[in-house]
Design a protein around this ligand. Structure first.
Ligand SMILES: Cc1cc2nc3c(=O)[nH]c(=O)nc-3n(C[C@H](O)[C@H](O)[C@H](O)COP(=O)(O)O)c2cc1C
Length: 362
């Protein structure tokens, strides 16, 4: 029992103005059940199942504009209809005492013409395509167009607050638009948004600045996956990129930085690697969230060793709506079913993962 009481990942934590009762965060998880890019009532149950009093939830990636989409039925937050549709979902989380951040997103070149207005080319920092049949050749944004995209993030953040979210997470990870600008494998620009490290980070930082001005830096998080190479977005010097971003984000005094572990270099599979987030954690002044392959034991260890303040759980939380409770009790976990991650069914693989039968574990 003594061990249970000292489970570090279940200790309270003050993140800025938010009093969290534990450190187990719902990682952002795309579920593709927002028909026509509009959040649906079934998301009320899905998110409220995963809500605990004082727990932090991050929403699935949510598009900032009509060019932001690259997958079927992912939600948006650029229209009035979408904002109104989010409201009851946010209310359901708040009714159970949860803290809910909206992850705002633009896929950039990870799209194809069928998702784009008027069948136009997806936009990016580059005109180089991602390898693979799913993606259309992108159109390189001109320098003059970039402020409009930054403004789309600003407006999406405003809309998220209007919908009732407690804050936003800027999705700068996993090979999407912001990551395309950050990484030298994807960014081949020669203007002030490409070339040097400072220039490649400019887009991400201008978005952070715009969103912070709009809703307050104390409500802004940024997610990065500097070590990953998803969607042909790798970097030749991820440590330098991570340190530069952490130090630059300090200038805006944002609420948190959310980093994906280097061991998640490829999607879904963990690999042993010598790299570590620790220097970046040390360089960043505010709350540091880690994600990527965390279990009960190593999540606890990360917090105990001060390598993270909070730990985001993705697939385990997807399959275990009562994950914090299961971690507390060291109860067995439901296995996730990859085949139902992205199906449109409003129930199957979504809200039908069983809760613990507490009578059996008491
Ligand atoms: C079904 C699924 C959907 C995901 N969707 C998103 C997303 O919308 N935004 C994001 O930043 N990461 C997304 N990810 C990555 C997760 O947030 C997380 O970083 C990853 O699953 C590794 O953590 P885990 O080992 O705890 O699952 C997704 C992962 C999965 C499995």
């Amino acid at each position: 029992m003594a061990e249970e009481h000292t489970l570090q990942v279940l200790t309270p934590y003050k993140m800025g103005d938010f009093q969290l009762s534990h450190r187990v965060v719902l990682a952002p998880l795309t579920r593709q059940r927002s028909y026509g890019n509009v959040p649906q009532p079934h998301a009320m149950l899905y998110y409220s199942q995963r809500t605990t009093k004082g727990g932090l939830l991050i929403s699935e990636a949510t598009g900032v504009s009509d060019t932001a989409q690259g997958y079927t039925d992912t939600p948006g937050i650029w229209t009035k209809e979408q904002v109104e549709a989010w409201k009851p979902i946010v209310d359901a989380v708040h009714a159970k005492g949860g803290i809910f951040f909206c992850q705002i997103w633009h896929v950039g070149r990870a799209s194809n013409t069928s998702f784009q207005p008027n069948g136009q080319a997806p936009i990016s920092c580059t005109d180089k395509s991602i390898d693979g049949a799913d993606y259309s050749p992108p159109r390189r944004l001109s320098t003059e167009e970039i402020p409009q995209i930054i403004n789309d993030f600003r407006l999406a953040a405003r809309n998220a607050m209007e919908a009732g979210f407690d804050g936003v997470e800027i999705h700068g990870a996993n090979g999407y638009l912001i990551d395309q600008f950050l990484k030298d494998q994807a960014n081949d620009r020669t203007d002030k948004y490409g070339g040097s490290l400072e220039n490649r980070c400019r887009f991400a930082l201008e978005i952070t600045e715009a969103v912070s001005e709009e809703i307050g830096a104390d409500k802004v998080g940024v997610r990065l996956s500097i070590f990953s190479n998803y969607l042909d977005s790798g970097d030749s010097n991820p440590e330098a990129l991570g340190l530069y971003m952490a130090k630059s984000l300090n200038k805006y005094d944002i609420l948190y930085c959310h980093m994906i572990e280097p061991r998640m270099k490829t999607l879904g599979e963990m690999t042993e690697c010598p790299q570590s987030l620790v220097p970046i954690r040390k360089a960043f002044n505010n709350t540091f969230i880690v994600a990527g392959g965390y279990s009960r034991e190593d999540g606890t260890k990360a917090v105990a060793e001060n390598r993270a303040d909070l730990v985001a759980y993705g697939r385990q939380f997807l399959a275990n709506p009562d994950l914090p409770k299961r971690l507390e009790l060291n109860a067995p976990l439901n296995k996730y079913n990859r085949n139902t991650f992205y199906i449109p069914d409003p129930v199957v693989g979504y809200t039908d993962y069983p809760f613990l039968d507490e009578t059996n574990t008491a």
